[in-house]
Design a protein around this ligand. Structure first.
Ligand SMILES: [Cu+2]
Length: 478
């Protein structure tokens, strides 16, 4: 139940934690079997991203609340959320001062202000509005499609997926704002090489992220946005998700020192988990929400279900609807280092027929959708954050063309996924950005044989981080 143990459940790395001076070499470690089963569980590039982090947050909140109550605090204490996307408040994109002030009112050091939270090197940390976009809420599918087209709000169908199991993309909420917030808050040490992991902030890498207390407010907000999405969209009903994952259990500690094993299905009812969001209409009368200390932890039930579904192993069935069509791709590996332009050759005749389809988009039939896919992204630094623009003329400043912004991409998790000693020889990560609106607005029409993709670094420090993209491709989904 310690701060370290809870952070290690998300991710840990003996060398990095040692180098950062995070653990005392003499500190007693839990038994190896416990480390194997409970540590390094965080689910990324997966449709389990949201449910796993919800169970993890609930575990943290219960343990932290018990500590708060023991210290004489309120029994209804809950993890706050940071709504950085709230455009109605002028300060919503500024890191809350309780996390940034160097000292507490009594003059003692502020434990919420961690040294390894570099941001972009400026104080206070202020987020750009391109980093907090909730465009993910426009997605209506939870799970990703064939070849990750579309990527889905919740992510691709996977088994237990810690992020090193092979090439995989992120769901749209995980891409933005989740990944982006991680790396823009953690950042890398100003003036130092961002390609050297020794210079990275805690939030920048999954193996250290949960050591920064802002992690919990960030994830509480991502969890809240999932609830916002659930008000407009049906929950996924596939048994592979509901009872998953089939190959490894999600397990977190309880305040009593026991274990709570949970499935994705159990994460669909926040009232049953003992919480709700004040910013959302409450569907359950408050008196029916059980007090936090009376919420049952269905330990034995969880175990039984895990045994039951052990027979149902294997990758989940892929939705048969919608085969994406590849209509264009770059020729060679692209190296991104600072502002980088890349032409993507497209199938001219296919694009022209597509443009005719696009012209009919006002028809009630579902219009074709267009996606930009960045495949095989490899690099040593998770710190890179880039804005990706499509078809901005070379003599124009992309900052002046918000209509051509395809999305914001962070390389959270790339270093582990690029490790040549890793499970899949470092196949990297991929990112999928929908560009239907840009195509609708007239991109491509001047020259249908190539589409210009421009990578614009989010700040000067990350502009020094270098990474490669195996292929930039364009897909149409009709
Ligand atoms: Cu996260």
């Amino acid at each position: 139940m310690s701060w370290w143990f809870l952070a290690a459940i998300h991710g840990t790395h003996p060398l990095v934690w040692h180098e950062f001076g995070l653990v005392d070499a003499n500190e007693q470690r839990p038994p190896e079997a416990v480390q194997q089963r409970v540590w390094n569980q965080c689910q990324h590039q997966s449709w389990y991203f949201l449910p796993w982090h919800r169970g993890y947050l609930v575990s943290f909140e219960r343990i932290a609340r018990a500590a708060v109550v023991a210290a004489g605090g309120p029994t209804n204490w809950a993890v706050p959320y940071w709504d950085y996307s709230d455009a109605t408040r002028p300060d919503s994109r500024v890191l809350p001062s309780v996390f940034a002030d160097p000292t507490l009112p009594d003059g003692s050091p502020n434990p919420l202000n961690v040294e390894r939270r570099y941001g972009d090197g400026r104080t206070p940390i202020v987020l750009d509005e391109r980093m907090v976009s909730l465009r993910a809420l426009a997605d209506t599918e939870f799970a990703g499609g064939t070849a990750d087209i579309p990527p889905g709000f919740g992510g691709p169908r996977t088994l237990f997926h810690h992020g090193t199991e092979g090439p995989s993309t992120f769901g749209t909420l995980e891409t933005l704002p989740h990944n982006v917030l991680h790396t823009v808050l953690g950042g890398s040490a100003p003036g130092q090489d961002p390609d050297d992991w020794r210079n990275l902030g805690l939030m920048t890498m999954p193996i250290t992220a949960a050591l920064d207390p802002i992690f919990w407010l960030h994830h509480a907000n991502i969890d809240r946005v999932w609830e916002v999405w659930r008000r407009e969209n049906p929950d996924i009903s596939e048994p592979g998700w509901l009872d998953g994952p089939a190959d490894r259990s999600f397990v977190v500690p309880t305040p009593e020192g026991g274990e709570w094993i949970f499935t994705a299905r159990e994460m669909l009812d926040t009232a049953a988990l003992g919480y709700y969001y004040d910013s959302l209409p409450i569907e359950v009368p408050v008196e029916e929400i059980p007090p936090a200390d009376e919420v049952p932890v269905p330990r034995d039930e969880g175990r039984r279900r895990i045994e039951e579904r052990a027979t149902a192993r294997g990758r989940a069935a892929v939705d048969a609807s919608g085969q994406p069509e590849l209509v264009g791709a770059s020729d060679i590996d692209i190296v991104v280092h600072g502002m980088t332009d890349t032409p993507v050759r497209v199938d001219g005749s296919r694009m022209r027929s597509f443009q005719r389809d696009a012209a009919r988009r006002t028809a009630p039939a579902a219009p074709p959708r267009v996606f930009l896919k960045l495949e095989g992204i490899r690099g040593p630094s998770d710190a890179a954050v880039y804005y990706v623009y499509v078809d901005v003329p070379s003599d124009e400043d992309p900052e002046e063309r918000p209509d051509r912004l395809a999305g914001t991409v962070s390389l959270f998790g790339v270093s582990e996924a690029s490790d040549p000693d890793g499970a899949h020889l470092g196949s990297g990560i991929s990112q999928v950005l929908e560009i239907s609106d840009i195509v609708d607005a007239g991109a491509l029409e001047a020259d249908a044989s190539a589409l210009d993709v421009r990578f614009v670094p989010a700040n000067d420090t990350v502009a020094r981080a270098e990474f490669s993209v195996g292929r930039v491709s364009i897909y149409v989904l009709e």
